[in-house]
Design a protein around this ligand. Structure first.
Ligand code: ZN
Length: 375
């Protein structure tokens, strides 16, 4: 029955065919390394894949040999969907265990993530206890999100169990950057790389997300309109679902509108620097907002370089007049560098308004004569 297999969480993991193939091969040979390290940017499906793998490992019907997934026996000749589970990556999706895992309520699954900035020692102890108290033959899965945020004490406490986990125990470590994971943890893990999603995969992931959230949820409705999204949102999201969802926030869309329109008016001499800062100020009230605006600036400058060299695609193709003005500046390369310095300053908690004002003041000084119109 097709509807059964499609309930398995793996069918909701978009893209990441390389990681799926590796996992399928390991499962097929019965040699899945008990410690897995999923590495890749946030918002590309590491957590989803970990939960899906937990469901597969804990499914009550997996038994000795999983049945062929119904999707491979479909004879209609329709092309396989990109989310088709590879045959070994299979969970029934309906047994008690599968359902509890999907709700993250399984007694055989422990999900840990950083409390504050770090995974603390007491959380490491929680993991040790969880794996040591299991009964004979029982399978258990730990998902540890933020393996690059383990406190040194917590990492130390885990070394031994990661060296030799109890039988039928699996530890799935998730991290954004391999370099940030302690080498002693890396060496104990099978490393799986996760890639940014393509625009098409991102579109699919947004649509799937919209289906899975309640229809009365306002945010879900926003997400449901994902298909109607201009391509620039998919481009600007860098293949990350979390960033795409951030773009769905209407306040940020308004910030984008205000920033580009005031910058354009300032560069064309219709606004003074004071006016520019007046209109930007309400959009700089938190660090994340400030970083969002500096990100917009970086994207616009990146696009300006593309315009200058006749490259495609542009992230903000709806802002062509502004991009052409920026592309014409003979300080463009300096401005790109300054936009990265701006980001560093913001992260170092330099006063936000001051950061932006100093940057634009510098532009105006440098362009006296050269860019002429900016003041
Ligand atoms: Zn099951």
């Amino acid at each position: 029955m097709a509807e059964v297999s499609e309930l398995g969480l793996i069918s909701k993991v978009v893209g990441q065919s390389g990681a799926k193939e590796t996992l399928a091969r390991s499962l097929h040979s019965g040699r899945l390394a008990p410690v897995q390290l999923f590495v890749g940017p946030s918002g590309v499906g590491k957590g989803q894949m970990a939960l899906a793998l937990a469901q597969i490992l804990l499914c009550e019907r997996r038994g000795s040999k999983p049945p062929l997934p119904p999707m491979t026996s479909v004879t209609s000749g329709s092309a396989a969907a990109p989310t088709t589970p590879t045959s070994e990556l299979w969970a029934c999706g309906v047994c008690g265990s599968c359902q509890r895992v999907a709700r993250r309520e399984s007694e055989s699954l422990l999900w840990l993530e950083p409390e504050g900035a770090q995974i603390k020692l007491e959380q490491a102890h929680q993991l040790l206890e969880f794996l040591s108290l299991k009964s004979w033959g029982e399978s258990r899965v730990v998902i540890l999100a933020g393996a690059d945020a383990l406190s040194p004490q917590a990492a130390n406490a885990l070394l031994k169990i990661l060296e030799e986990p109890p039988e039928n125990s699996f530890v799935l470590l998730l991290a954004s950057q391999l370099a940030a994971v302690l080498p002693t943890l890396r060496s104990r893990s099978q490393v799986l790389r996760f890639q940014p999603l393509s625009s098409e995969e991102l579109r699919q992931a947004l649509a799937l997300r919209a289906q899975s959230v309640g229809a009365d949820d306002a945010k879900a409705k926003d997400t449901a309109q994902a298909e109607a999204f201009p391509d620039w949102i998919l481009e600007a999201s860098q293949g990350r679902l979390d960033v795409a969802e951030q773009w769905l926030d209407s306040e940020l869309l308004e910030t984008k509108q205000v920033f580009f329109s005031s910058l354009n008016h300032w560069l064309s001499g219709q606004l003074s620097l004071t006016d520019l800062m007046e209109s930007l100020n309400p959009h700089l009230s938190s660090l994340s907002q400030g970083l969002f605006v500096s990100g917009l600036l970086q994207q616009a400058l990146r696009d300006a370089l593309f315009v200058r060299f006749g490259l495609e695609p542009l992230i903000h193709s709806d802002q062509r007049p502004l991009l052409q003005t920026l592309a014409a500046s003979n300080k463009l390369f300096d401005q790109v560098e300054e936009s990265f310095q701006l980001e560093r300053d913001l992260k170092a908690n330099v006063e936000r308004r001051l950061c932006f004002e100093a940057l634009f003041y510098g532009w105006a000084q440098a362009s006296r004569g050269a860019l002429g119109r900016a003041r």
